[in-house]
Each structure stands twice: as C-alpha cells, then as structure tokens.
Design a protein around this ligand. Structure first.
Ligand code: 17E
Ligand code: FE2
Length: 448
C-alpha cells in the first residue's frame, strides 16, 4: 500500500460514518472502507490521519484566463472597470507577450491552484493574435504539468471570430496546434448576425475535430443579447449537448420572465453547461446603469432548479478585469453564495459542488478520472472542516492535496494567538465551542 487516509469524512456517505481510503502502488484508490479505529495502520506507506475532516475530490476550475493572469495595471489600469476597457488594456499588453512571460505567469497561478487543491483546470487562451504566442506557451505549460494536473486549453477569440482579421483562420490554427476546446464571443462581434455566424463556425470546427465548445456568451447587460439560445440549439442539433458550455451569460440576469421560462426549457433539453463567474461579473456588469444597478449575474438558482448543470469559475487572477483573485475556489464559492443568493442551508453545499463535481462535468471528467472510489486516481483534498459549509465559511486551506497518490501540497495550520484581557493567551480558530477539541493531543499526521 502506498498511502492510507484514515478516518475521513466523505461527501456522499452519512455524516457520522468515517472512511479509510487506501491507495495502491499505481497511485489509484484500491479500497474505500468504513473506518475501524481498532485496526492498526499499515507499517509501510504514507499515513494521513484525517480525524473526521472532509476528504473531497479535488477542486476543478472550469473557467480561468491563465494567459492574462498577473497583468493588472499593464500597460495601464482599467479605469472604467468595464469589460470593454479590460479588453482594450489586454489588447495593448498582448503586443508585448513573450513565451517566457506567459509561461512564468501561468505557472505561478497553477502553483497557487495546486496549493489550493485545484487539480483540473480549464483555461481560456486568447487566439486573436497572429503570433499565437500565448497559445504556444500554454501548450508547453500543459505538457509540463501533465503528471500532476489536467489542463484544458480553450482557443478563445477575445476580439472576435468574424470581426477580427483572420479570426476564423486563427481559431482553426489554434485547434491544429492542439487546443482542447473551441471558444467564441458572439456578443463582442460587430453585428447580431456575425455573432450567430461565429457560433456556427465554432461548432463546425469542434465537430470536425471531436472537441468541446466553451463560449463566452452574452457577457453584457443587454437584455437583447440572446446568443445562449443559439448555442443551446446548436448543441442540441449537433449532438454536442453536454460537451458545450456557455460561460458568463450575464444578459440572462436582465431577461424578462416569459423569455427566461422558455430558455430554461431549451437549456435543460440541450444538456449544455453554464459557468457563472461571480468575481468578474459583479465587478464588470452594471457599469452603465444608474440606480437601480443590476447585479449582472446569470440566473444561477433558476437554471439549477431547471436541471441545468451550473458551475462557478474564478475567471481572473490580477488582470485587467479583476485586480484581486487568488485562484482559490473556496473564495469563488463564497462570493458565489452571496452573488447568487445561494444562502439556504441546502444551497450552500450546492455552491461547493459548483467548484467540484459540477465543474468536473463541465470539463467532461468521468468516473475513471474524478471522484474518490475504487479505481479512480488517488487525487483528493483533505480540508480541515467537517462539512462543505464549514469549509466555505472559514475559507480553510487544504491540510493535504494529494495528486495521483503523492502529496502535492501540505498546509500547516496556524491558528491566531489571542491575548484576550484577563486570560492567558489562547488560540482562535473561528470554530464555535468544542468542535475543535478532538484534534488536540492527537499525533501529527504524516509519513511514518
Ligand atoms: N475576457 C472576456 O471577454 N470576459 C472576461 N470576463 C474576461 C476576459 C476575464
Ligand atoms: Fe472569462
């Protein structure tokens, strides 16, 4: 046995039942069995005592831009805070890209993601650049991280397929060079007709190469931006279905009730995924509104209720569209809870699933690649919290991130030491009452 995680709480088993997860020499899960605290741990291999903490399948990032990450303020800040000025800033910065620059920034963020427990990433990569510098660099990064993380690269035509010179040819070239997913941006095209044509081009290319589609779609506060209906219809009729994703879809936050109802039925029949990016869109949308100012989010709750798969993405990390960001999905989930008002007791865990299982569906990860069960890669995250709700509330750092049977990251907890008047210094862990007690006095987990 290569590793055993003892006494872990798994998401889909009863709350009181702890499990032991055994990992074989090939880095895959060999068994998941009820925890038996009488049984001696094995003499060899890595031992992780979970002490009732939550062991979850890794976080999945369904939507990030690694090519633009860490460029905030370059060459100038986005003063208006709009999507449009962000695109203009990036367009200027894009001219100065080098292979090393892209590799350096993308790798930095992937390291943050790994430490945060993200082991599957879908990144968009702007391909409206005749040199395709960023794409080539990200293809190289994809190879470099292959043994620890999966990286899907979307050929993303930031400045349009139809409206950008040679946009369709660049998209095609990006696919030929090895992009995994075909992107689009219909609301940015010059006309509605161009927007529809651009989706046709993206789907035809995806079908030709057996790829998925993930379009930035209706990321605008224009209630007349209705490209998601075209995307869903193309997904339905082409048979691409759940292999297609509409990202952002913020115009949906402005659709009237009658149209939204019609759309719910179409989207659920089509099988497409939606990715909502609460950080970016709380920031970018509503900028042209006087009060009342729209929130600019897609209809997260309504689409979930209609049976549509909806996930949350981080979108940006310190770039022209968001100066903040840490690539931490628990932050995305927390912001998502408030942005989409997923604040009910049964809704907060949903937000957790939107950065794990539901995001995995967006990437098309199946049971042989994702989840904690026999035969799956031993890739998981041990969070110092008993439930998803607690993990989101306390914004915990993973105690262990395990990728394919090896410890990739470990965070040592550092509780605050509080000098409360009249008391001897004591630690604060933001845990109510005695919940924290069982871990005290237990041996440090780790290799033995
Ligand atoms: N590009 C775009 O069109 N929309 C976004 N939200 C980002 C980049 C981050
Ligand atoms: Fe995006």
């Amino acid at each position: 046995m290569r590793m055993i995680v003892r006494g872990a709480r798994l998401l889909h088993t009863p709350a009181h039942a702890l499990s032991d997860v055994e990992v074989g020499e090939d880095g895959r899960v060999t068994r998941v069995v009820p925890h038996d605290d009488q049984k001696e741990p094995p003499a060899t291999g890595v031992l992780i005592e979970a002490h009732g903490d939550l062991l979850t399948a890794p976080f999945v990032e369904p939507h990030i831009h690694l090519d633009t990450a860490l460029t905030a303020g370059q060459p100038r800040p986005n003063a208006s805070g709009t999507l449009w000025e962000g695109i203009a800033c990036w367009s200027e910065r894009k001219r100065t890209l080098t292979r090393e620059d892209v590799i350096d920034r993308a790798t930095e963020v992937l390291r943050w993601q790994a430490a945060n427990g993200v082991l599957h990433v879908r990144t968009h990569c702007d391909v409206t650049d005749p040199s395709l510098t960023a794409l080539d660099a990200l293809l190289e990064v994809r190879d470099r991280v292959r043994d620890i993380m999966t990286l899907q690269i979307v050929a993303f035509p930031q400045e349009g397929i139809v409206s950008f010179p040679d946009g369709a040819a660049l998209l095609r070239e990006a696919v030929a060079r090895g992009a995994d997913v075909v992107g689009a941006i219909p609301h940015f095209e010059d006309t509605r007709e161009d927007g529809i044509a651009s989706l046709g081009t993206a789907f035809a290319l995806a079908e030709e190469h057996g790829l998925r589609v993930d379009a930035h779609c209706d990321e605008i506060d224009d209630e007349q931006s209705r490209f998601v209906e075209t995307l869903a219809t193309l997904a339905l009729r082409s048979g691409l279905r759940e292999r297609a994703t509409a990202s952002h879809t913020t115009a949906m936050g402005s659709y009237n009730g009658a149209y939204a109802f019609k759309l719910q039925r179409l989207l659920s029949r089509s099988g497409i995924n939606l990715v909502s990016n609460p950080f970016a869109n709380l920031n970018l949308q509503g900028r042209f509104d006087a009060y009342p100012k729209r929130r600019g989010l897609t209809q997260v709750k309504e689409m979930l209720a209609a049976g549509v798969n909806v996930a949350f993405g981080h979108d940006d990390v310190m770039d022209p569209w968001n100066a903040l960001g840490t690539a931490n999905p628990l932050q995305t989930a927390l912001v998502g809870v408030y942005a989409a008002q997923l604040t009910g007791a049964d809704e907060i865990p949903l937000a957790f699933s939107m950065v794990t299982d539901r995001a995995a569906r967006v990437l098309g990860l199946d049971a042989s690649e994702y989840g904690i069960h026999e035969g799956a890669p031993a890739s998981f995250v041990l969070l110092p919290a008993p439930t998803p709700q607690e993990a989101i509330r306390r914004q915990v750092r993973p105690r262990y991130v395990v990728s394919r049977g090896s410890v990739l990251a470990e965070t040592r907890p550092q509780p605050a030491l509080l000098n409360w008047p009249g008391e001897t210094p004591s630690t604060v862990e933001f845990i109510r009452g005695t919940q924290a007690a069982p871990r005290e006095g237990l041996p440090e987990p780790g290799p033995h």
